[in-house]
Design a protein around this ligand. Sequence first.
Ligand SMILES: Cc1cc2nc3c(=O)[nH]c(=O)nc-3n(C[C@H](O)[C@H](O)[C@H](O)COP(=O)(O)OP(=O)(O)OC[C@H]3O[C@@H](n4cnc5c(N)ncnc54)[C@H](O)[C@@H]3O)c2cc1C
Length: 398
Amino acid sequence: MTATEQTHDGSAVRIDRDYPELRDSVRKLCAAFPGKYWRDLDVKGDYPDAFVNAMASGGYLAALIPEQYGGSGLPFRAAQVILQTVHEEGCNAGACIAQMYTMGTVLKHGNESQKEHYLPKIATGELRLQSFGVTEPGAGTDTLRLKTRAVRDGNRYVINGQKIWISRTGHTDLMLLLARTTPVEEMKHKKHGLSVFLVDVKQGLRDKTIEIRPIDIMTNHLTYEVFFNDAIVPAENRIGEEGEGFTYILSSMNAERTLACGAILGNGNWFIRKAVDYANQRVVFGRPISANQGIQFPIADTYAQLDAADLMARRAAMLLDAGKPCGYEANAAKHLAAEAAWKAADVCMQTYGGFGVAREFDVERVWRESRHFRVAPISTNLILAFIGQNVLGMPRSY
Ligand SMILES: Cc1cc2nc3c(=O)[nH]c(=O)nc-3n(C[C@H](O)[C@H](O)[C@H](O)COP(=O)(O)OP(=O)(O)OC[C@H]3O[C@@H](n4cnc5c(N)ncnc54)[C@H](O)[C@@H]3O)c2cc1C
């Protein structure tokens, strides 16, 4: 059996591939969005509207929404494959990924009328639910310290506070917001007291109770500071029980990490393909640079590491699909994938020599995009702390 197959542009990628038809159709979609499309967006800092619309109208963003609500009801593994293929083709699903998983909180913890109202519109892309509001300036990784307050006032909540790093807020209709409904001093257990809301961002921006400020960062990720100044959310927009929001968000974080693995590994595989193709055709000292072990071995080593991370990502997806706990697997997969993809980024950059920093080859852009994944959606240290403490039973460091 050969180890590779051809992509639309004729270069090689690994086989051992499930969902071949799905991969094929995503590849065809991506062929319309070549490197130049992403380079131009990167320079201008624009949102990839045409790509997001193509993904939505192709039904890919509704992969995880059950058929009864207008989605295709595919397993997590299929969603991972969609994201992986997008990134293997040099595209960037950063603007789409939240639309795929954020609705999971509504699906799992929402009531029937919320599901019937929102899910079909999210499935068609008519409603964008692309913003997930957790992180705050004073409560980064330490989510339980978050301060944004939601105070009940009759049949509505009044929201005040600040979030940071909330991606795509300028391009979404709805935000899934985690806010404090019980002041810290009144809490009986630290995991209670937070609640989840669906916030109408466009309405808040119109009536100026929500203000957003873009953060200037090294990639085109469109992330924002968000300020809530007496923003009104109808009580019927609370998802699930008041005070149980942290538990709901935790379960969707495992889904987020597992899905993110698709995108991260896709980047890694893209780097391997670029590195192999370039090393095979670049001749220095009268032979392809790939003939040198100093070039060949790091690529081969990283290829194997990506493959190992891929196995863990499949395991996490399998457990999610079976409705089983997957805290360890989702975290470990995200960690292994992010480290392997970052190594692949560096190896590819090195293989390209000086051309690695030239924008036209896209290596420097995807290199920058890949670095994020060691910090977000969760940083490496916090994953290692989770494994050390929750899996291996060592003392907490915080
Ligand atoms: C591009 C981008 C997009 C993002 N999008 C979103 C979004 O859409 N929604 C959202 O809610 N958030 C988002 N985030 C936030 C992201 O989840 C956080 O940045 C991340 O969880 C880390 O939090 P922090 O930046 O506050 O780091 P901090 O919590 O300040 O930590 C700083 C560093 O210290 C380490 N550290 C902290 N505590 C410990 C400890 N006890 N032991 C060892 N090391 C420790 C951390 O691992 C990290 O490396 C985004 C971030 C980025 C960069």
